[in-house]
Ligand binder design. Sequence first.
Ligand code: PEP
Length: 245
Amino acid sequence: MRRKLVVGNWKMNGSRAANAELLAGLNAAGPWTADVAVCAPFPYLGDVALSLQGGRIGWGAQDCSAHESGAFTGEVSAAMLAEFGCRFVIVGHSERRALHGESDQLVADKAKAALAHKLTPIVCVGETLAEREAGETDHVVKRQLSAVIHTLGHCVPQIVVAYEPVWAIGTGKTATPEQAQAVHALLRAQLHAATTKSDEMLILYGGSMKPDNAAQLLGQADIDGGLIGGASLKAADFAAICKAA
Ligand code: PEP
């Protein structure tokens, strides 16, 4: 039985005051049977760590460099994140693939850098609307995951995968539970071919998950939790999704 995981992706939102209010609301909510974490912008990670210290909610970052250290202005290494207690790091979010030109291989290298410092990479895969309409969904997500599988080798079981159809992110359009389950099953089969531990691995769904659709999505056999954008910014909404998990 896989324990569910719900992760909030705050993206480039928040302020010290707003974050303190949100985290106070989350600390007061629960308990949940699912594991829960929030991924905050880099400057706030110290505050987030302090607010969540000793509690049940984990925290993470939204990206890391594929490099160890050096002349990479503006980048943050996995070692830096690990140094002050970070547990998760999102890699390959579609916004980074689309807006920052991140390739499948770069995403895989970031996952490898994260694992080298004992962080859990949450590796995002997902197709655009044009790719879905062209019948390319399976091909695209398999290609994205394949780069990670080949790069990580026997370390594959240490990652979390997040299926995030790009057309569902921040749009209010959610994949139906059946659409999401079909892709999750495909990804599980791909993991199964790579590792004997595929049944223990978590595959999260992300894309306009909200309190009113969470239970149905999370009730699917291969959906092991959620990566939540917009709804993670309101304590009541995020808490309701955590409860549904
Ligand atoms: C995301 O950014 O990972 C995401 C799933 O966003 P939203 O929930 O707002 O669609």
